[in-house]
Design a binder for this molecule. Structure first.
Ligand SMILES: NC(=O)c1ccc[n+]([C@@H]2O[C@H](COP(=O)([O-])OP(=O)(O)OC[C@H]3O[C@@H](n4cnc5c(N)ncnc54)[C@H](O)[C@@H]3O)[C@@H](O)[C@H]2O)c1
Length: 350
């Protein structure tokens, strides 16, 4: 039996990951620790909430006493840390909470794991801390080249700076204490259960509600898109077989401009849902401050060392994703009209 502490498991990728591994393994037990910010949504966990090998705990990764209690009660083998403030635009408006959760929260998890796993001068066997990071820590690319694991870190937004700081803390626990860790850095994910402030669900939601689709600058910024289930399979391989201390880049060579994505979704919805959905909804707005031009992941290392490859092409994944949002309009309505506003008011006094 392997016991996982998954943090941030009520968010987009964490909830997909929990469903993925509960479906795959019988001999695992999962504690999902999530504070349920605006981005956390219990509806994402409907398919697993009554599973015998799953428990949800509402709480903050910064809460030392709570995390210690979890380690005391369950013999945690793997910590998979998804919990984060994850939206770049919010980090530009309010960086503080990004440092608190993404840096201090990660540090708290590292400290509690280190103490719980200590065994004399070393660590008990079979334990590992996996930090879910992002390609944004590498900064921006020109027209050519790809991010490799040894590309210098050069974050530009408060979000990516906080993720970089967390990565460096995680790395330091390996370098200093030899604590078993891995760091994964993936490109933009898409798929079911993504909060509709992020590009793909935002476009779908706005098209369906006849709202303008805001496009930053010229819309030609390039992102490398990864279907969330492919990301989950990569994380699973890193948890089980990643070499301790190593960083793994995860991406599928699916580079698209924001305009490619917008046009693709509009065309699909125009053809399959309502021919009034059109490019007239596109509205250019001032560019995001410090907007990185291009991200592109080189996934050679995880392919060669762990045999991972993405199974879902962008053409297939985007249709699956749009169809999921079309089939789950209630989910979208609940999330846009409920928890989001409450949290936003609390955090930003609006
Ligand atoms: N979505 C992407 O495309 C993408 C790409 C690269 C990396 N990542 C990284 O993957 C991870 C998950 O991303 P996501 O898109 O699922 O994020 P998300 O915003 O959808 O979910 C984050 C989750 O963390 C929880 N959380 C926030 N602060 C917390 C705290 N202090 N204590 C406990 N829980 C807390 C939220 O309630 C939410 O459920 C993040 O670390 C993010 O940096 C995401």
């Amino acid at each position: 039996m392997k016991n996982y502490l998954v943090t941030g498991g009520a968010g987009f990728i964490g909830s997909n990951f929990i469903a993925y591994i509960l479906n795959k393994y019988k001999d695992i037990y999962i504690i999902n620790l999530d504070s349920l910010t605006y981005a956390g949504n219990m509806e994402n966990l409907k398919s697993v909430e009554s599973h015998n090998n799953y428990k949800f705990i509402q709480g903050d990764i910064c809460d030392k006493g709570l995390v210690e209690d979890i380690f005391n009660e369950y013999d945690i083998d793997y910590v998979v840390n998804f919990a984060a403030e994850s939206h770049v635009d919010r980090s530009i408006k309010n960086p503080d909470v990004f440092v608190k959760t993404n840096v201090m929260g990660t540090l708290n998890l590292l400290n509690v794991s280190k103490n719980a796993w200590a065994d004399g001068e070393g660590f008990k066997s079979g334990k590992k801390f996996i930090q879910i990071s992002t390609d944004e820590v590498y900064g921006s690319l020109g027209d050519t080249g790809f991010f490799k694991e040894d590309t210098p870190l050069d974050p530009h937004s408060p979000y990516s700076a906080s993720k970089t700081s967390a990565d460096l803390m995680v790395k330091s626990y390996f370098d200093t204490y030899k604590m078993p860790i891995n760091i994964t850095r993936c490109s933009n994910n898409y798929g079911p259960y993504q909060f509709p402030e992020k590009l793909i669900p935002l476009i779908i939601n706005n098209c369906l509600n006849n709202k303008p689709i805001p496009v930053y600058g010229d819309g030609l910024n390039v992102r490398d898109w990864l279907y969330v289930e492919d990301h989950c399979s990569a994380i699973d391989m890193v948890v089980r077989r990643g070499i301790s201390g190593e960083v793994y880049n995860i991406g599928g060579h699916n580079e698209k401009t924001n305009m490619d994505i917008i046009n693709n979704i509009i065309e699909y919805l125009n053809k399959n849902v309502d021919d009034l959905i059109s490019k007239n909804l596109i509205t250019y707005v001032d560019d995001r401050k410090g907007h990185d031009k291009r991200y592109g992941i080189d996934p050679t290392k995880i392919k060669e060392e762990l045999g991972w490859y993405p199974k879902t092409s962008f053409e297939e994944g985007i249709i699956k994703t749009i169809d999921w949002y079309l089939g789950n309009k209630q989910w979208m309505d609940n999330i846009t009209m409920g928890s989001y506003q409450e949290y936003y008011k609390k955090m930003y006094n609006k």
